[in-house]
Design a protein around this ligand. Structure first.
Ligand SMILES: NC(=O)c1ccc[n+]([C@@H]2O[C@H](COP(=O)([O-])OP(=O)(O)OC[C@H]3O[C@@H](n4cnc5c(N)ncnc54)[C@H](O)[C@@H]3O)[C@@H](O)[C@H]2O)c1
Length: 306
């Protein structure tokens, strides 16, 4: 299988690329390295294309050269505070960029599967585990741009008949984080030697899933034959509060950590819960998450001095 991964040099891409290489995929990565890093992925230069998904002519040229069987579209502007500060850039990449990638896919013969990285941010504020059939109501430009991406994928499937999988990622954690999310922020403060860490809202609970488990789920989803158009949640199915995460660091370091609320970091509008119901993904693929929070955080700490 020839597989192009857009955004493959990013955080989640850095787990997906080796997982699929292990499965025998012939991997090509297309990334503008705006957030990702070339060093995250061990592939040769002839398999790496420094390109921007907003440049349609370039995308088409690369796709025509490679003639992929599968396209995994991860490239996006993803960090919500950054999207809020740069809404036009976020919309341009996440909507127009996705239109370009889909257009180039539609002009090729032989594409077997298109995979789109969507997000839990398409859901409204809820306090239950969400299934894929829940009403959709994004709260910000990021979620809105991804929901638009989902609609574009549906249109692509209806006009081309190419199997199209939309996967709503929940909160990823693992090595190679590119954006200052909660866990890398805690790591940064702890690595500076402090055991009093400054955080914002402590009550929100999130479904943290390790990127190695995500990569494994992507692999399983790509194996589904004649899958048509389907949408899947990808989370661990467990909610952790911010305090739970800090407690996990305490257990792994075997040291007491104090939390100080930093008013500058407190968000005025916040989702208290974000939890995936992953019944559909498990039923269709047999996938099971293997990395729990303690194991994932232990692995991060073990890499601090590498
Ligand atoms: N990390 C999460 O918790 C999470 C949750 C939900 C959804 N997602 C989605 O998963 C995908 C991967 O996210 P990630 O966490 O690895 O983020 P990331 O920022 O590390 O990866 C995105 C990659 O896309 C590249 N990119 C950005 N703009 C581009 C452009 N115009 N042209 C080409 N490449 C471009 C970046 O350089 C980066 O390597 C994204 O689509 C994101 O929206 C991530």
């Amino acid at each position: 299988m020839k597989t192009i991964i857009t955004g493959g040099a990013g955080f989640i891409g850095s787990a997906v690329v080796p997982a699929l290489i292990n499965e025998g995929h012939d991997i090509y990565v297309l990334d503008n390295l705006s957030f990702g890093s070339r060093e995250f992925i061990k592939i040769s230069d002839d398999r790496f294309f420094l390109a921007d998904i907003r440049d349609y002519a370039k995308i088409r040229e690369i796709f025509n050269l490679i003639k992929p069987d599968i396209v995994i579209h991860l490239a996006a502007i993803h960090f919500i505070p950054y999207c809020n500060q740069h809404p036009f850039e976020a919309a341009d990449t996440n909507i127009r960029g996705t239109m370009n990638v889909l257009r180039a896919c539609g002009e090729m013969n032989g594409l077997k599967k298109f995979f789109f990285a969507s997000t839990a941010a398409v859901y409204p504020i809820l306090d239950v585990a969400v299934t894929e059939t829940y009403e959709l109501h994004p709260l910000d430009i990021y979620g809105l741009s991804k929901l638009t991406g989902e609609h574009l994928c549906k249109e692509f499937y209806l006009t081309t008949g190419v199997d199209t999988t939309v996967c709503r990622f929940f909160n990823a954690f693992g090595p190679n984080e590119t954006n200052p999310h909660l866990i890398p922020e805690i790591e940064k403060q702890l690595r500076s030697g402090s055991r009093i860490i400054k955080l914002g809202n402590l009550t929100p609970r999130r479904d943290f899933i390790h990127t190695f488990d995500m990569a494994n789920a992507v692999k399983h989803l790509l194996e589904l034959k004649d899958s048509g158009y389907e949408t899947f949640n990808l989370g661990r199915g467990i909610e952790y509060s911010i305090v739970d995460i800090v407690k996990s660091f305490e257990r792994q370091l075997n040291q007491k950590i104090e939390i100080e609320i930093d008013p500058e970091r407190v968000r005025k509008v916040e989702r208290e819960h974000l939890l995936a119901d992953v019944t559909k993904l498990k039923k269709y693929t047999g996938w099971k998450p293997e990395w729990d929070i303690d194991e994932g955080i232990r692995n991060l700490i073990q890499n601090w001095n590498k």
